[in-house]
Design a protein around this ligand. Structure first.
Ligand SMILES: [Zn+2]
Ligand SMILES: [Zn+2]
Length: 260
């Protein structure tokens, strides 16, 4: 399985010379197997998605906060005529996958419906665990305002856990540690520093040291931090990374490819 970080910025996209290394595009990762391409989240990172001709295309949505959905209108694969895109989301505030997108793809917010694009876009309710071709998808609920999912995708004997938009606490961490047991890759939300977290309790995000605890206790093999605070530039993120001192752990960089 091959994982590509298409966007790892949290909350809002950002650009400029100070943000080139870690990137300013918001949450989106691409998981690729022999037969499948599975995107997780549709933040602005999705605008750099490759055109896919020879594999099936699916998308999993952790939750419909705007930073995870706002790239969808510009998803390049939507322009591939009759290409099937299977979109899976949970029900949020009583809105299922189809209704969630209907709200976004409606005037005056957007001029057309998602089914007006050339691709054949199909909405599905998440039904967990589930199998998408050679990819097994499991999930647990995240600790995040409005509810979000933490996905685990497994294929070819490898597994990847995507724990973005997650606020650590001792109680819910047990479930995440168990869920991430021996994962080949864990992505973990580290939007805040310890100091910043003091005034951001309840916002639904975590820190690097909390991620390191989950990583160590779960036995996950590699760790990448995601959902970077839009206020943190490359220099600051590098300074945070320097303190980690573990070659299997780093802060995710845009376009980073991780082969499992
Ligand atoms: Zn987010
Ligand atoms: Zn969120």
């Amino acid at each position: 399985m091959k994982i590509t970080i298409l966007g790892a910025r949290g909350s809002i996209p950002i650009e400029g010379k100070k943000f080139l290394e870690f990137g300013g595009l918001t949450s989106c990762v691409l998981c690729e197997t022999k037969t499948e391409v599975v995107f997780i989240d549709a933040g602005t990172g999705l605008i750099n998605a490759p055109i896919i001709t020879d594999k099936n295309v699916s998308m999993l949505l952790t939750h419909p906060h705007l930073d995870h959905l706002i790239g969808l209108p510009f998803f390049p694969i939507l322009s591939q005529k009759n290409k099937i895109i299977d979109f899976y989301a949970g029900t949020h505030e009583g809105l299922n996958a189809e209704k969630l997108l209907d709200g976004l793809f409606s005037p005056p917010y957007w001029p057309c419906k998602i089914n007006d694009y050339p691709a054949d876009f199909r909405c599905h309710e998440l039904s967990l665990p589930m199998q998408i071709g050679d990819v097994k998808v499991e999930a647990i609920k995240s600790n995040h305002p409005g509810e979000s999912f933490i996905f685990k995708v497994s294929s070819e004997g490898k597994s990847f856990v995507y724990a973005t938009d997650y606020e650590y606490d001792e109680k819910n961490a047990k479930e995440l540690i168990e869920f991430s047991k021996d994962a080949d890759l864990l992505c973990f939300d580290s939007q805040y520093t310890e100091e910043e977290l003091l005034s951001k309790k309840g916002y639904g995000h975590s820190t690097i040291s909390q991620g390191l605890k989950v990583y160590k206790e779960s036995g996950a093999k590699r760790l990448r931090f995601v959902h970077h605070n839009p206020a943190y530039d490359d220099e600051f993120l590098r300074s945070l990374e320097k303190e980690i001192k573990n070659e299997n752990v780093s802060i995710a960089r845009v376009n980073e490819v991780i082969k499992l």
